[in-house]
Design a protein around this ligand. Sequence first.
Ligand code: 6PG
Length: 256
Amino acid sequence: MKTQGFAFRNATYGMSRSHVRTLADLEALSAAAADALLALVTNVLDKQERFTLALAGGSTPRRLYQLLAGAYRDRLPWHRLHLFWGDERFVPPEHPESNFGMVRNALLQHVPLPPGQIHPFPTDTPSPEAAADAYEATLRDLLGTSGQTFDLTLLGLGSDGHTASLFPENEPYPPDSARWAAAVTAPPSYAVQSRLTLTLPALNASRHIFFLVAGREKREALHAVLDGTDSSLPAAHVRAGDTLTWFVDEAALGKR
Ligand code: 6PG
């Protein structure tokens, strides 16, 4: 694992301390993120009873989830973990585009997580708006009134700079939103446009955030966010209450 000598590295963004960890490829990135997640869970659970984790969708985190279900399965205290989702496509769990379905196949089917500790966005409501309202109520009920949302939130980065389902074209990611969950419409180029997402305030109320970014197609968006050169990118507005760590592979970071 190389740590890129970035001006950004160990920069202080708002309240969060941020740094970039550069790994050779997706496999090494996933293993580094799994190690860091295990260390964080262990540290946090020394001081509190449960650990709340918001999961990223898409394809990049799948290998991490497979590692957590495999080599790391017996090292994590599943009975003390509560899982949430950063975003969801408004499709049934069996749909190939479902983020819940991806996590169920890669992780949930293989670990002893109590079902009552798995909190996906509902996608069986009459409308996406009703699903967002239901998830808002779930989050408020389960995460209390401390103002913090999750102990750790995992996020990906789209080549257009989106994260979760907060797209540059979207209205519902104004930083002053009082909501934690919203129904949004992804741009026409996306297979499923009807989406549910955590809002920027919900993401930014996370104590720790891991971004997982792999592949050459992410390079331009990654540099624009790390260098702070494009404030139109939703990912550029993400902050963590404590630490924000970028796990990137060399294909995404490129040779400086
Ligand atoms: C989603 C994700 C989304 C994802 C990025 C990167 O539902 O699609 O939450 O924000 O993290 O689009 O996707 P890949 O990991 O597939 O490149």
